[in-house]
Structures are given as C-alpha cells and as structure tokens.
Design a protein around this ligand. Structure first.
Ligand code: NCD
Ligand code: ZN
Length: 482
C-alpha cells in the first residue's frame, strides 16, 4: 500500500460487540485498514493514542440548530461546532425552524445554512397536513426522513390530524422512509395548560402536570397502530416514561419497524432537580419523577430503546430563566455533553463501552440507512472517529459550551470520560479538546450514502391512493329504494 494520510496507533477500537487492540489507517476520507500495528502502511502522520479508545463518531438523531429563523439561539456553525466538540460526527436536524422545513424553498434555505457545518447531517422534513401532498418532492430535494409533531412543542407547528398522519405513513411506507414522532397528545396538553394558567399556576412543576404520562401512552399507541397498519417505519423521539415502554415492547414483538431514542436528561435527571433548576429544566416531554430513570435505563439494556439522542434544543439564557414557567422556552442544549455524561455512567459500570457504541452510533446508523459507511470503524467506512479518554475527569460548564445557548442543567456536574479528538471523514474537527475552526463547512449531507432496507408496505389495498377512483362495475349512486 502507498503511504496513507494518518495512522492511529496504540488505542483500543470499540464496536458494538468487541473491543480490540488495533491500529487504524486512514487515507483521505476512508478507513483503509484496522489491524496489527506491524501491518499498517506508512503514514504522513501518526497519532499515538496509548490508553485511549476509538469509538465510531456519535450519530445524534435529534438536534435543533435553529437556522433559518432563530440565529440568536443557535446556528448551523455553532450547533455543529458543539457536535464536533462532543464527539458527534453526524446529526439529524429537526424541521421546527422558521420557515419550517415544509417546502422545497425552506429546505433549500436550510441546506444553504448547513454549508457551514462541521459535521455530516441528515434533514428531517415536516410531516403535517400541508406537506402530505408533496413528501416525495421533499425527499427528491434532499430530506432524509420526516418528523411529525404529534405533541405540540417549540415553534407551535400544528400537530398533524390523524387522517394526515395515516396518509403520510401510506406514502412513506412503500418508500421505506422513517418518520420521527414527537409522541404526546396535543389536546390533553393544551387543555390542561389552559386550566392551570386560568388558576394561576406558574411553578416549575406545573409543566410536568400539564403533560402527564397518559399523554405519551396515548400518542405512542396511536402512532404504533398507524405504523403497524401501513407498514411505515417510525422513530419515537425523546422517550421519557417508564409507563409507555410496554407499548414499544409489544410493537417490536409484533414486528413493527419502530426505533426509539431517549436522552441523557431522561436517564439522569428527575423532578428532584426541579427546585434549583426551575425553567432551565422545562422541556418536552417533561423531566419526570425519579421512578422513571432506571426503567428507561433497563429498556436501553434490553433493546426496547435503541439509541441515545440529545434533543439538542438551545434557547437564549434569558428565554430559560423567567419567573413564570409558561414563559420559559422548552428545551436546552445537549449535543456537547452527551458523550461525557454517558461515558461517566460507563465508568460507573452501568453499561459497557460496547453498549454505548450500540446506542450512540450503530443503532442510529441503522435506523437512518447509513450503517456500514458510518457507525463502524472498519475498512471502507468513513473515518468518523471519536478518540476517547476514559480517565479524564472534569466538571461540565455551561460557559465553555460551543453552543450559543450557554445555559445547561448539567452545569457543575462531575464527569469522567471525554472525547478528546473528533475525526470526520479523515479530518480533525476537534483536536486536543479544541474546535478546529478551519474545518467549518467540512460537513455534508448523508443523503448520498443513505440506503434504507427494503420497504414493507402493508394493507396497500386500503391506502387512500387505492380508494380514490370508483372501481369498474360499481354503480356511482345507490339504487333508490322503492
Ligand atoms: C424542542 C425545541 O426547542 O425545538 N424543545 C423541547 O422541549 N424538546 C422541540 C422538541 O423536540 O419537542
Ligand atoms: Zn419533540
């Protein structure tokens, strides 16, 4: 082999099923060899990584980069810089921007903004009543997947009617495209919030009271019913409750193609933290009681929940710290802290590094059809690598975040285990803990490498598209009764 660009030696390489001592050779954007150091080609650069671990870069299925529309909260450049510094090499970005990603023009605005990205990306287009008629056009123009805001949240996009959701699934099932669902029942949330506001409740816990577990159970049940009927692929966003896990378990047992994410905040935070965090903790679905934390963790271990995402939802600090809970924006940044938080739990023996790689990289890559090129450190794959120091300790600080949103519930939390270098397609986007600013714009869409598994549409004879024309031989009007 000719001289290659980079060899990383001395580290251990982690996949979802093994950890091996191996060197990794990278040429251009691609991993060209993984194996014994004696077998490595000569390289222009050597990264000595003794004692460190090489993880496939994290793939975050749920981020809000706010661009276009809210650049005071975040931009593609700052959000993706946060990703790079958090060991995240691919993000899937949400459509509740302004304008929402519901038209080709809006999508093009977003793709333009994403040209400054440090990391690779997919774009979730909006699935709503107004977009059902042109989902294919959005796919052709670059969306990788869709998002349905079945529960109301930041941006106040109207929830799709059940009719539109069903028709959307009918259109996407034959294409094999997956839809992310924010699964809460909008009408329950809206009514409860209004009732509490009328009575003057403005405390931090009022937000949780407005969004009870039953709203999540109901919405997940409804979405899974429509997905099973149509054969559509769905992805449950930010799963928050122990009580709705039975629905996922049952659906998976029945063969529904449902993938599920949860986030560090649902695993590690609970209402015991509400007192001192107040509005900072406000997000959708809400942070719940402590009894939910361990069952969510167990569900990650047993495969009911497939992956870790962050719901990176940045807002300006003053938008998060108002006295009245209803005036605090929902969500907080998370993309830069996810890996350190989760590695800390690995260091506490709550999971193995292989479990973590399955949640952070392998399963998201499979869900979005990019596994093989991403999600794995192997010859032929993109050289997307988080170089991790499991012995590095520190205290998370909101002031050090790359995100514009310097407000975080994790501020002051002790962690052990950090990404210290991040490579995206062979290029350092973070090095020695520092953002490589020249790498802005190196990120690109994963659309070109996306290959979803074969679609499995069901009940197609009952699809809307199949019932629009009167069948031959059927009378147009009923026989009048004599
Ligand atoms: C998200 C946001 O701010 O865009 N907020 C949140 O509370 N999670 C929207 C969302 O993902 O629901
Ligand atoms: Zn959401």
């Amino acid at each position: 082999m000719n001289q290659v660009d980079l060899v990383i030696r001395g580290a251990r390489v982690v996949s979802d099923h093994q950890i091996i001592e191996a060197s990794v050779a990278i040429d251009g954007e691609i991993i060209v060899a993984v194996g014994h150091d004696d077998l490595m080609p000569s390289a222009r650069e050597v990264l000595q990584a003794d004692g460190l671990f090489l993880l496939p870069g994290a793939i975050d299925s749920h981020v809000h980069f706010r661009d276009p529309g809210y650049p005071h909260k975040e931009t593609w450049k700052t959000g993706s810089a946060a990703a790079a510094c958090g060991g995240v090499t691919t993000v899937f970005e949400m459509p509740n921007t302004n304008p929402p990603t519901a038209t080709i023009d809006a999508l093009n605005l977003k793709l333009k903004a994403a040209e400054s990205s440090y990391v690779d990306f997919g774009i979730h287009g909006l699935l709503g009543d107004d977009t059902v008629g042109h989902l294919e056009e959005l796919i052709d123009a670059g969306v990788t997947s869709f998002k349905a805001f079945v529960g109301n949240t930041f941006g106040n996009l109207p929830s799709p009617s059940d009719g539109a959701l069903l028709e959307g699934f009918e259109k996407l099932a034959p294409l094999g495209i997956r839809t992310v669902v924010h699964a809460e029942n909008s009408s329950i949330l809206a009514r409860r919030q209004k009732r509490m506001q009328a009575e003057g409740r403005i405390d931090a816990l009022a937000h949780l009271a407005a969004r009870p577990v039953v709203a999540e159970i109901e919405a997940i049940g409804r979405v899974l019913t429509l997905a099973e009927w149509t054969g559509a692929r769905v992805h449950i966003a930010h799963h928050s409750a122990a009580d709705s896990l039975f629905l996922i378990r049952e659906a998976k047992r029945r063969g529904v193609d449902v993938t599920v994410e949860t986030c560090p905040q649902y695993l590690l935070l609970n209402t015991d933290h509400a007192d001192h965090l107040g509005g900072i903790l406000r997000l959708n679905p809400p942070i719940r009681e402590a009894r939910h934390n361990q069952p969510l963790w167990d569900a990650m271990m047993d495969g009911t929940i497939d992956m870790i995402a962050t719901d990176h939802a940045p807002h300006a600090p003053d938008e998060k710290t108002r006295a009245n809970i209803w005036e605090c924006d929902c969500g907080f940044p998370g993309i830069e802290t996810q890996m350190a938080l989760m590695l800390t739990e690995v260091n506490r023996d709550r999971a193995s590094l292989m479990d973590y790689v399955r949640w952070s990289s392998v399963n998201p890559a499979k869900a979005w059809g990019i596994y093989g090129t991403k999600g794995v450190i192997a010859p032929g794959a993109h050289a997307d690598i988080a170089v991790v120091d499991m012995n590095k300790s520190g205290i998370l600080s909101e002031n050090e975040l790359q995100s514009i949103s310097k407000i975080s519930p994790w501020d002051g939390r002790a962690v052990k285990g950090y990404p210290i270098h991040t490579l995206l397609r062979g290029r350092f986007v973070m090095r020695n803990g520092k953002l490589v600013t020249e790498a802005a714009g190196w990120g690109r869409s994963v659309k070109g490498i996306q290959a979803m598994p074969k679609a499995k549409p069901l009940n197609t004879e009952h699809y809307t598209s199949a019932i629009l024309k009167t069948p031959e031989g059927v009378r147009l009007t009923a026989e009048p009764k004599r």
